[in-house]
Design a protein around this ligand. Structure first.
Ligand code: SF4
Length: 222
């Protein structure tokens, strides 16, 4: 049994790679990039489950899944769990696996040597809000795409392209508690525009970013 902390699992995710993808977000991130829009995934110790339970949970979607996207949070903060998850996916599917990491590729070398052939494409490096945003599937242009397998080179090479208008899309998902999540990579300031738009129609939006900022302030005051 391999322990893993997961923020959420969703299908279909259509904005983080080609086709209808199964998205798995790890919980916990030690990198903490300024401007991160996934601050709800930073805290460790939430979403504890096992790799075996995750594999069992995703199996029902498999007939309709066209690829896997693993993000977070920081997947490589849980290397054993990541290895177990990737191995489990490979055991039940021949579809491509795209992984996001906020670490530089060079720092992941040792981890990747222990996961041969398990990742088809890897997008690395921390989100940098000072960097421009002109490349598809990334939040900032310093982030690099690495095609690590023939399947990745065949199916995911097209992610190396300029940002297009139709890249600016979100998948909306609602969990059992009624909270709405967005999957995708927003343009700079898009969340603020969305908040202003909803506020103009008398809706109130509380983003996880704002909540995480509040809890971060509490921590600073401790
Ligand atoms: S690595 Fe990803 S989840 Fe972690 S702080 Fe950076 S952008 Fe956010």
């Amino acid at each position: 049994m391999t322990h893993i902390a997961i923020s959420r699992i969703h299908f279909p995710v259509t904005t983080l790679g080609p086709g209808n993808r199964l998205g798995i977000w790890f919980q916990g991130c030690s990198i903490r990039c300024p401007g991160c829009i996934s601050m709800d995934t930073w805290a460790p110790g939430k979403g504890a489950t096992t790799v075996e339970e995750v594999i069992a949970a995703i199996s029902a979607w498999l007939p309709r899944v066209e690829g896997f996207t693993i993000s977070g949070g920081e997947p490589f903060d849980q290397p054993e769990a990541l290895f177990g998850l990737l191995s489990g996916i490979r055991a039940i599917s021949e579809l491509d696996i795209l992984v996001y990491s906020g670490h530089p590729f060079e720092r992941l070398d040792a981890n990747l040597k222990g996961m041969p052939g398990l990742i088809d494409a890897l997008i690395t490096d921390p989100f940098d809000m000072e960097s421009s945003h002109t490349v598809a599937m990334r939040g900032s242009d310093n982030q690099r795409l690495h095609l690590l397998s023939d399947l990745g080179r065949d199916r995911l090479y097209a992610l190396e392209r300029p940002l297009a208008a139709d890249d600016k899309m979100f998948d909306l998902m609602m969990d059992a508690s009624g909270e709405v999540w967005l999957a995708g990579i927003p343009g700079r300031g898009d969340f603020d525009k969305l908040k202003d738009h909803l506020a103009g129609r008398n809706h109130r939006i509380t983003t996880t970013q704002n909540r995480a900022i509040s809890s971060g302030r509490r921590r600073e005051n401790d």
